[in-house]
Design a protein around this ligand. Structure first.
Ligand code: G3P
Ligand code: MG
Length: 239
């Protein structure tokens, strides 16, 4: 099953603290059929949801995510930076996130977001967990990454799970990488994407999904260029 036309970004990052369970619940409440979120590894190699390599922006901790054990990470607050009403929201594990997705009936685009140098082990760990614990009631997840090494590692462990290459703009050898990694789609940033870029992707035979689009006028234009899906902090604006 293909992903839907609208996917919540980091849950619904415009409305709730990104990459938390509350952000995913919010996306579901707003009607997003799928969410995207970012996965890093803790120092003890547990996949957790967080975007940056460091804790400083989105938690009350400091320093590198991958220098902290799961127990350390679980003691942090990942909600209050966004608004007081979200104080106490923890950094979720990928495992508990899958349980929530099953309860909500929400699908996912799981972005493998390795700390530099941990591309392969992050790809392996994320794909292994998805292979073993992805809820059978949901359509298969799409694994995406900016790092071809992480996608290759995911393919070794879970070749049956669809993969998408992430790029910020269409340049270089994206088509070769998609082919070599048996990717099923391209996920591109929208800021430097043109109609002729979209046409190139279409001619290469790949669905195009575009991030992070928060305005309806822009999503309308991208859909008119043939984009298959939009990833948005405000899925309610695009739906
Ligand atoms: O997966 C789409 C988008 O999330 C990629 O960029 O930096 O928001 O993870 P970023
Ligand atoms: Mg992301």
């Amino acid at each position: 099953m293909n992903p839907p036309r609208v996917i919540g970004h980091r849950g619904a990052a415009g409305h709730a603290p990104e990459n938390t369970l509350e952000s995913i619940r919010t996306a579901a409440r707003l009607g997003a059929p799928w969410v995207e979120f970012d996965v890093h590894l803790s120092s003890d190699k547990i996949p957790v949801l967080i975007h940056d390599d460091t804790l400083d922006r989105t938690t009350d901790g400091k320093g590198a995510v991958d220098k902290n054990s799961l127990a350390d990470l679980r003691s942090l607050d990942a909600g209050q930076w966004f608004a007081d009403q979200f104080a106490g929201e923890p950094i979720p594990t990928l495992e508990e996130t899958l349980l929530l997705l099953a309860t909500l009936g929400v699908g996912a685009n799981v972005e493998i977001k390795p700390t530099p140098g941990r591309e392969i082990e992050t790809g392996h760990a994320v794909a292994r967990l998805l292979r073993e614990q992805w809820p059978s009631v949901l359509p298969p997840p799409v694994l995406s990454s900016f790092k071809p090494e992480s996608l290759a590692a995911a393919r070794e462990v879970a070749p049956h799970l669809p993969r998408a290459l992430l790029i910020s703009r269409l340049s270089g050898d994206w088509a070769r990488i998609l082919r070599e990694l048996d990717c099923t789609a391209l996920h591109s940033g929208h800021k430097r994407l043109s109609a002729s870029d979209a046409e190139q992707v279409r001619r290469a035979g790949y669905p195009l999904r575009v991030y992070t689009v928060n305005e309806r006028a822009i999503s309308d234009r991208l859909f008119s260029w043939g984009a298959e899906a939009i990833i948005s902090d405000y899925p309610d604006r695009i739906l």
